[in-house]
Write a protein that binds this ligand. Structure first.
Ligand code: ATP
Ligand code: MG
Length: 466
């Protein structure tokens, strides 16, 4: 009895400060028979976190994208929990809990089991902020919002109605403040509140709109779509690192091709990746580049949908390849030797990209390695193939080379040769080397000599990029 009383008292202090306590309204309570969330899709650890918090007298729910995915019948890739306990209070309840203090202060609770450790992200209900004070930049962009609030306020500051539902695993009830469940049924993506104002607060929400539309197959509600045409330019003010994170999520969503088409339709692609500026135009001269990127993205989507990993370096290497080919070709036609022409082109491509959105250094070095390996696939004599196969990033370079073969940029026989070479025993490898030598009669670039009428492949192909 007394402990219950103490808990109730303690429960009062997390609600540090309410700015708009009254403007949020009561949620719709959706029982199990209506939402049909399958409890088997829940993460046991997420349930453990909500239970522990509830046992300690706090409110706790699974929230955000996980509830959206559960309601769609898909298994969420990660679980977020929202609570009225403050980060400090959360931290005290779990052994492996770490306070993460970036723009939002949250707690990462880590569970070690079979396979990868699972991190459950726990955040405290946040308050809505008005446009006064030092939290908001002149453009309307929110700079800082570590002010705790009620669950209703927390719901109102989320982005889309389908991302603002709270699921309590104990009662199997969904609390829905903004008609998210009805929008799910209508297959509509709707921004909470005034969309223009919400985009001004955080322009990244425009990219999120495109990403979720691609992922769910939902339509953007017309009021949610309308302001994007005018406000898209606000993305220029977003720090490059955040933009990069969001583009990476978009490309890794499993629906990257659809998402990129969505960016184009929304007019958001300019300045994000230079290649998007020209390859998404349907002109004839961008066809080669378009085919290559389309194939690379289809390949990425397939891998992600079947649960395989994708390397971001590889992905950006493919997206920038058409641009690189164009620069490489320009250098070659100025009389530069093939390899220096390639390296110079790599610098140019990366510099142009950085003027829009900087790619993280660790990915940049992967890209450079994959690219600089490409001419080496054409040297199939002496020690060259053995040295190439031993390079640490060989597999990525090889996969990349196969994509080039698949679009006809590189002679597919070269791709097949390497596939055979990897699988062969030492005797088989010697035979393959001999066949490559006979085929070409030269050591530098067999493919180039073999196809006399239309030289290809050792230098960038004609018309691959506009
Ligand atoms: P994903 O499947 O990509 O993880 P998600 O909806 O879970 O999708 P997160 O970035 O993990 O996306 O964010 C979790 C939740 O936090 C969202 O569902 C949304 O409610 C809220 N949220 C995230 N980013 C924003 C934002 N920029 N503005 C408003 N709310 C946001
Ligand atoms: Mg998430």
């Amino acid at each position: 009895m007394i402990t219950k009383f103490i808990k109730r008292i303690l429960r009062r202090d997390p609600m540090v400060k309410h700015t708009h306590a009254s403007n949020t309204g009561a949620p719709k309570r959706i029982p199990k028979k209506s939402h049909r969330i399958d409890p088997h899709l829940l993460s046991k650890n997420a349930v453990k976190v909500t239970h522990t918090l509830q046992q300690a007298g706090y409110e706790a729910f699974i929230v955000g994208g996980a509830v959206r995915d559960l309601a769609l019948g898909i298994s969420p890739k990660d679980f977020d929990v929202a609570t009225n306990a403050t980060p400090d209070q959360v931290q005290r309840l779990f052994r492996k809990a770490r306070l993460i203090g970036r723009r939002f202060q949250i707690v990462h609770v880590t569970f070690f089991g079979k396979g990868h450790p699972e991190i459950i992200e726990v955040s405290t209900f946040r308050a809505l902020l008005d446009n006064a004070g030092d939290h908001v930049a002149e453009s309307g962009r929110i700079l800082r919002d570590n002010v705790w609030g009620s669950q209703g306020e927390d719901a109102a500051r989320r982005d889309f109605t389908i991302n603002a539902m709270y699921y309590d695993p104990s009662s199997e009830t969904v609390l829905d403040y903004h008609g998210g469940m009805a929008d799910m049924q209508k297959k509509t993506l709707r921004m909470i509140g005034d969309p223009a104002k919400r985009y001004r607060e955080d322009p990244v929400r425009m990219l999120r709109a495109v990403r979720f539309a691609a992922k769910t197959g939902f339509e953007l509600d017309s009021a949610t779509r309308a302001p994007i045409a005018k406000l898209g330019k606000l993305l220029n003010d977003v720090p490059s690192a955040r933009l990069f994170d969001e583009i990476l999520k978009l490309l890794m969503s499993g629906y990257s091709w659809r998402a990129i088409q969505g960016l184009k339709e929304a007019g958001l692609h300019h300045g994000l990746l230079p290649l998007l500026d020209h390859i998404l135009d349907d002109g004839e001269d961008s066809k080669g580049a378009n085919d290559f990127v389309k194939l690379a993205l289809a390949n990425t989507d397939e891998r992600i949908q079947s649960g395989k990993s994708v390397s971001a370096g590889f992905l950006f290497a493919t997206l920038l390849w058409p641009d690189l080919l164009k620069n490489w070709k320009a250098n070659s036609s100025k009389g530069m030797a093939n390899i220096p022409a390639l390296h110079d082109a790599m610098d140019d491509t990366i510099a142009t990209q950085s003027s829009g959105m900087t790619i993280q250094r660790r990915f940049e070095s992967d890209m450079r390695e994959i690219w600089s390996m490409q001419p080496r696939f054409e040297r199939r004599v002496g020690r060259y193939p053995f040295r190439l196969i031993e390079s640490p990033r060989f597999r990525a370079g090889y996969d990349f080379m196969l994509l080039r073969c698949a679009t006809g940029e590189l002679n597919p026989a070269i791709g097949q040769w390497w596939t055979d070479f990897i699988a062969a025993d030492p005797a088989g490898q010697e035979e393959l080397m001999a066949s490559a030598k006979n085929e070409s009669g030269n050591t530098a670039s067999p493919a180039k000599r073999r196809r006399r009428r239309k030289p290809k492949s050792a230098i960038p192909p004609e018309g691959a990029a506009s």
